[in-house]
Ligand binder design. Structure first.
Ligand SMILES: [Zn+2]
Length: 882
């Protein structure tokens, strides 16, 4: 699954819906070779599911035949079912004897217990069940997305989303990743619709009344969460990849021309991964299916052979798609296609090891995108990605990459920046340690050993170490089983007879345990560069090391930024690095900048040194470095909230060089722009607009006004950027005009972007109107949560209060996986002590396994409040404004 680009994933389970599963995840009895929390009664090998959805009534009827093996005598077979009514169930023995099964549903455990009078002896059986269920409006289970078709008519399409725990809403299933089986799916849908599943269609016959019955080929052996079904008024664009696998993009009819970019990328990825993983993609085709809508939980899902992606993250609309969004199309697709191996072919045995899926796919998405588009410089994005993880990992509320998962709600919460971005950072570090070829050989061996099966984290380390990466397991274990961030301190640095003698010590970087002595120790792989020379490898093993290196000059102790740790230098050493900054590699400029700013915010060093470093980023820096510097300036500006004159002084002090860079780039795209240049243009317009720079504000208003005469005046890659600036600074007239544009738009993506922009208003009355609008039917079922989240960026408390007051109604507008974490999203920009009290009171209303996201929000908020006065004082002193 790929997390959203701009939208966080989020939530709050209602007290009654959180599960309290008590069986430990690894309770597998020796006689039962499968892990999971389900009572170990039977092992499925094949499902034949026949489904008849009624998209008008939003219901479906289904029947399933499950081939199972019962390893030991039992009274009943327990499998998953949620939100289903099981009308009839039977057990057929190998000799054809058929017995009725009585069904006992357990809503809390999401299970069905099927009991046969007289008991069930060991052996092979078929379970037959007829059942019924409902079609939802949010992305879990079988759900509908409503949109305006390209013919201007209201249109409804059906899709499924099963990860992590919603396949059980589609059919009774053994719905845990270790229960792998093959699947046959047959569906009855309207004749004119295109139906898509994991495998190609093998048969389609008329079913009368304008319907047809479509049967798909049998899938390979796979986990239930990877099954997919979609049907709608779609068109499919396809091409044969060099690997002989057909690649297809499925999109709403009439939008196929927007699929070309994604299709070319998709077709290229299959041979690339075939080679990298050393195991050929085992299905005859791979589709990526565009869904018109969005989710607060995810952007795309790796169903085997039938990836699902929300349209905004798959189709390239030249009228609205920004360069970042276009890059995200490639990156998200590289992520989902990597999952076809890491996740689909080889699956984690239990959700404890979710990071094997997500950390790996995140690492691979960057590697593959860099392979195909080196000019995009996406390896540089790993530094901000690492920051995303460290933003969670610095607090006591963090968790290790490998964590114990007990319930469905805990599984949902596991899809976070630790699992994805810390996973990516640690894998990049380990690849650097092993060397690219040894690492790949290890991955190939791991793939070959576990194809169509399940694995654990330790299996991966064993394979890479066996390929030649001696010592890797020790490092890997330190970084995946312990939470937190190592802090490597340059305790002493001296130039002695032309050599640098460096003493390093290891501590822990933390935002809320600085008074405590950390007992955590990591084997930290180091790459140390002196005076720009090639880096020297070392390991900081026992908390302290002295290195002697040739030459003298500025020292970078995390050269190449592959290490997952923060680097703290002495004041003189940092000053030397600041002077040398323009000559350092862009990745080290980025790493230093982020490290030093965060170390200063956390109080490990004075802010002045970090601000000097920020000011030393040259205005002609690499565009990705420039983007990050601008982002840091915006963050600093927000920390001065409440002091308009200090904000003005900051803007005056730091915006000049970046205003010039923007002037040099121009507002409008040029043919010669690189993708990083295009991204920098968007970032500079956004940040300068955020800082209230008059030139950018006037340009935004001028362009917005031009829409009156020409509805296409804003078309282009910066369309949403200009809209966001206007929305943030809108008065009532502009806000109303935005609302009219949103209602009139015929593009699904643009429409929801415009509605979301209404929530960005700084004006409190307008923000309140946006919240009220979110609870109406006007924006569309999957846009409302995004509006509320947008309000929270400027008015966190207002959005939070609104959520608490309308909890049930808003939860209905979120997919169930996003509910527990949504409130954390609303508190991201919180900045007041009042919010501490509100969050604390709210936390008390939650079951234990849903409290963690609130704990994280509280930790972040408390830390910000504690450091607020100090940061403000230090910035003012630096500005000479005290
Ligand atoms: Zn993923």
């Amino acid at each position: 699954m790929h997390r959203s680009l701009t939208r966080s994933f989020a939530c709050l389970a209602l007290a009654g819906t959180a599960l309290a599963l008590t069986v430990p995840a690894h309770a597998a009895a020796p006689a039962f070779p499968i892990e999971g929390t389900l009572a170990h009664t039977a092992i499925p090998s094949h499902y034949a599911i026949v489904l008849r959805p009624d998209a008008t009534a939003m219901t479906f009827a289904g029947s399933v035949t499950i081939d199972v093996d019962v390893p030991q005598a039992t009274d009943s077979i327990v499998l998953h079912a949620a939100g289903l009514t099981i009308v009839k169930a039977q057990l057929v023995a190998a000799d054809g004897t058929t017995r009725a099964l009585t069904v006992a549903l357990d809503a809390a455990e999401q299970t069905a217990r099927l009991t046969a009078a007289g008991g069930i002896m060991p052996g092979r059986y078929k379970i037959l069940a007829d059942y019924a269920g409902t079609i939802g409006t949010q992305a879990d289970g079988l759900f509908a997305l409503d949109y305006t078709g390209n013919d201007g008519k209201p249109t409804r399409a059906l899709f499924t989303q099963f990860e992590p725990s919603s396949a059980r809403e589609f059919a009774p299933m053994f719905d845990e990743p270790s229960y792998k089986a093959t699947f046959d799916l047959t569906v009855t849908v309207p004749e004119h619709q295109l139906a898509v599943s994991n495998m190609p269609v093998v048969r389609s016959v008329a079913a009368g009344k304008g319907l047809k019955t479509v049967t798909f080929g049998t899938t390979p052996k796979m986990s239930s969460y990877l099954l997919f079904f979609g049907a709608g008024d779609f068109e499919r664009k396809a091409m044969m990849s060099a690997a002989g696998v057909e690649a297809g993009i499925v999109a709403p009819r009439g939008s196929g021309h927007q699929a070309d970019f994604a299709l070319r990328e998709l077709a290229g990825l299959i041979p690339y991964y075939n080679d990298y993983f050393g195991v050929k993609y085992p299905l005859p085709k791979i589709d990526n299916v565009a869904g018109p809508g969005q989710s607060a939980f995810f952007a795309a899902m790796e169903n085997w052979g039938a990836v699902f992606t929300f349209q905004r993250d798959l189709l390239d609309d030249p009228r609205t798609t920004s360069p970042q969004a276009r890059q995200f199309i490639a990156v998200a697709q590289a992520h989902e296609v990597a999952h076809q191996w890491f996740g689909d072919l080889v699956t984690m045995a239990w959700w404890d090891d979710l990071w094997l899926n997500e950390g790996f796919a995140s690492w691979m998405e960057t590697k593959a995108t860099d392979h195909f588009h080196p000019e995009w410089q996406v390896l540089l994005t790993r530094v901000p990605g690492r920051e995303g993880a460290m933003g969670l990992d610095a607090f006591r509320t963090t968790h290790p990459i490998v964590q114990h998962i007990r319930s469905v709600d805990e599984t949902n919460q596991a899809f976070d920046a630790i699992t994805y971005q810390k996973g990516e950072a640690v894998l990049a570090m380990l690849e650097g340690y092993a060397g690219e070829t040894t690492w790949r050989d290890g991955i190939r061996a791991y793939m070959a050993a576990h194809s169509f099966g399940n694995s654990h984290t330790a299996d991966l380390w064993a394979a890479v170490e066996a390929a030649g990466a001696t010592g890797l397991t020790t490092i890997a274990r330190d970084f995946t089983t312990q939470p937190g961030i190592p802090l490597v301190r340059v305790a002493d640095q001296q130039c002695v007879a032309g050599k640098t003698v460096l003493t390093l010590t290891q501590d822990e970087f933390t935002r809320d345990r600085q008074g405590e002595v950390s007992t955590r120790r990591w084997h930290v792989p180091l790459l140390v560069s002196v005076g720009g020379a090639a880096p020297v490898r070392s390991i900081l093993a026992d908390g302290r090391a002295t290195l002697t290196l040739d030459g003298c000059g500025p020292v970078v102790i995390n050269a190449g930024q592959l290490g997952y740790y923060r680097s703290l230098y002495g004041a003189a050493d940092l000053a030397a690095l600041t002077t040398a900054l323009p000559k350092l590699a862009p990745i080290d400029q980025l790493g230093l900048l982020d490290d030093q700013m965060q170390l200063a915010y956390a109080g490990y060093q004075p802010l002045a040194g970090a601000l000097a470093l920020l000011s030393a980023v040259p205005a002609d820096a690499n565009p990705r470095v420039g983007s990050e510097a601008a982002q840091q300036i915006a963050g600093l500006y927000d920390r001065l909230a409440g002091d308009a004159s200090a904000q003005a002084a900051l803007t005056a002090r730091v915006s000049g060089p970046w205003r010039h860079r923007l002037d040099a780039l121009g507002y409008d795209p040029r043919a010669r722009d690189s993708v990083p240049d295009q991204a920098l243009r968007v970032r500079l317009v956004t940040v300068l607009g955020h800082l209230g720079e008059p030139g950018v504000l006037a340009e935004a208003r001028r362009r917005f006004a031009a829409l009156d005469a020409n509805p296409h005046a804003l078309d282009g890659p910066l369309k949403q950027t200009w809209i966001d600036i206007v929305a943030r600074n809108a008065g009532a007239a502009e806000w109303d005009k935005l609302g009219r544009l949103a209602r009139a738009s015929t593009s699904t993506v643009e429409k929801s972007d415009l509605f979301e922009a209404l929530g960005e208003a700084r004006d409190a009355d307008l923000a309140r109107r946006a919240l009220d609008l979110a609870l109406t039917d006007v924006p569309g079922k999957t846009t409302s949560a995004a509006i509320i989240a947008a309000v929270a960026d400027e008015h966190s408390e207002m959005a939070f209060d609104f959520y608490v007051a309308h909890r049930e109604a808003i939860n209905a507008l979120l997919d169930s996986s996003a509910r527990t974490t949504f409130v954390e999203r609303l508190a991201v920009a919180a900045d007041s002590a009042v919010m501490v009290d509100k969050l604390t009171a709210y936390r008390r209303t939650l079951p234990a396994d849903a409290q963690k996201p609130v704990d994280r929000a509280l930790a972040r908020l408390n830390s910000r409040l504690e450091s607020k006065a100090r940061v403000m004082r230090e910035v003012l002193a630096w500005l000479g404004h005290a």
